[in-house]
Ligand binder design. Structure first.
Ligand SMILES: *Cc1c(COP(=O)(O)O)cnc(C)c1O
Length: 393
């Protein structure tokens, strides 16, 4: 008999009832160290007082009115995002998937309005993840996501990760945009080198294409900059954001330049919930912390500390871990053992990590984790390696 919850997930037998900082507590009182943050969502950790206050005080005042009216919290969050990024304008969604939908629509509408309606194609890369909608799965194009869900939304060209020559060859009179994650998350924490992002920016400029960055997972302070592309010294035309921006409340956004957004006039797009007072009140509180240079400096310091200890861990356990990769607090351990065994051994040692493609486990801790949390994380990962080694012996 089918379970009452549609069984599209293989869930771990863990039930958390409370969170605080980087720690989660189960119903039977066990405390887990959370290096997953609900897949890079709880950027400020669990139950951060400022977020609890933002949400509860907004909840007492007003939950929802729809976008038929002015929403001051939405205005405030848009102003903050515009102030701190390349963007001139922002549309709010409830998820990364919806941000992908709009990014695709925006790119196509841009060329339509410019009198080039044939420019509809978007170049994407293997191993990418852009959400589970029809556009999202067509954009990523992996067999696992698209099989059985055809006919797919047309207009995506898939290239191998890092295939810059392929990009130039793939550009035609039908090309509208290039869409890429500066750091692939689901794909196994694969960092796009700065030089490559710079080259993509240059190619877009030469061919009049839009550069769409998917920073749903790598954005909002995760890599130690407010947005990951800042490391490469480039800016996109359109950027998808979600996950961390809501700190645990469902919130996403599409940020764009005035030029790229020029086709999106009144009536061309919408969302009932997108940009609601609750989500935007929380989003403002998240931005107030994460956009602070001192906060980002701390992320970078802690990332350096964690990475250094992880290098030692890998050196100590070559039969379990192959390498450390990633940027800031978006880290991956490429496993020599099966990554799912490592994640399960984490559960056995009260440690949460997240599996990804390419036999990687992801470490996406709250950006607020403490130095003590880092020491504890590495000590538990060391125990995890021993558990895996004994299990495989
Ligand atoms: C998670 C993710 C998405 C999809 O976001 P949802 O909120 O799950 O819809 C899109 N792109 C990237 C890079 C992601 O990590």
């Amino acid at each position: 008999m089918i379970p009452s919850v549609l069984p599209t997930y293989n869930r771990a037998p863990l039930e958390f009832v409370k969170g605080e900082g980087a720690w989660l507590t189960t119903a039977d009182g066990r405390r887990f160290l959370d290096l997953g943050s609900g897949i890079a969502v709880n950027a400020l950790g669990h139950a951060h007082p400022a977020l609890v206050e933002a949400l509860t005080s907004q909840a007492q005042a007003l939950w929802h009115v729809s976008n038929l009216y002015q929403i001051p919290q939405q205005q405030a969050l848009a102003d903050k995002l515009v102030e701190h990024t390349f963007a001139d304008t922002v549309f709010f969604t409830n998820s990364g998937t919806e941000a992908c939908e709009l990014a695709v629509k925006m790119a196509r509408k841009y060329f339509y309005e410019k009198g080039q309606p044939e420019r509809v194609e978007i170049i994407t890369f293997d191993g990418s993840f852009h959400g589970r909608s029809s556009a999202g799965i067509a954009a990523a194009g992996s067999e696992k996501m698209v099989k059985g869900f055809g006919p797919l939304l047309p207009g995506f060209v898939h290239l191998a990760f890092g295939d810059l020559d392929g990009v130039t060859n793939a550009i035609s009179d039908s090309t509208a945009a290039i869409m890429i994650e500066p750091v692939q998350g689901e794909g196994g924490i694969r960092v796009v080198p700065d030089a490559e992002l710079k080259a993509l920016r240059r190619i877009c400029d030469e061919h009049g294409l839009l550069l769409i960055l998917d920073e749903v997972q790598c954005g909002v302070g995760r890599t130690g900059k407010l947005f990951a592309h800042e490391w490469a010294g480039i800016t996109p035309d359109v950027m998808m954001v979600a996950k961390g921006i809501g700190g645990g409340f469902p919130l996403g956004a599409v940020l764009a330049t005035e030029e790229a957004a020029s086709g999106m006039t009144a009536g061309t797009h919408g969302s009932t919930y997108g940009g609601n007072p609750l989500g935007c009140a929380v989003g403002c509180a998240v931005m107030d912390h994460v956009a602070d240079p001192d906060f980002l400096a701390e992320v970078n310091r802690k990332a350096g500390l964690l990475r250094q200890k992880l290098e030692g861990l890998v050196a100590d356990h070559p039969e379990v871990f192959e390498e450390v990769r990633g940027s800031g607090l978006m880290l991956g351990l490429k496993c020599a053992a099966a990554n799912f065994d490592v994640v399960n051994a984490g559960y056995a040692n009260a440690l949460i990590t997240v599996p990804a493609a390419d036999n990687v486990i992801r470490l996406l801790p709250p950006l607020t984790l403490t130095d003590e949390d880092i020491a504890e994380a590495v000590s538990r990962l060391d125990a995890v390696a021993t558990t895996v080694r004994i299990g495989n012996a």
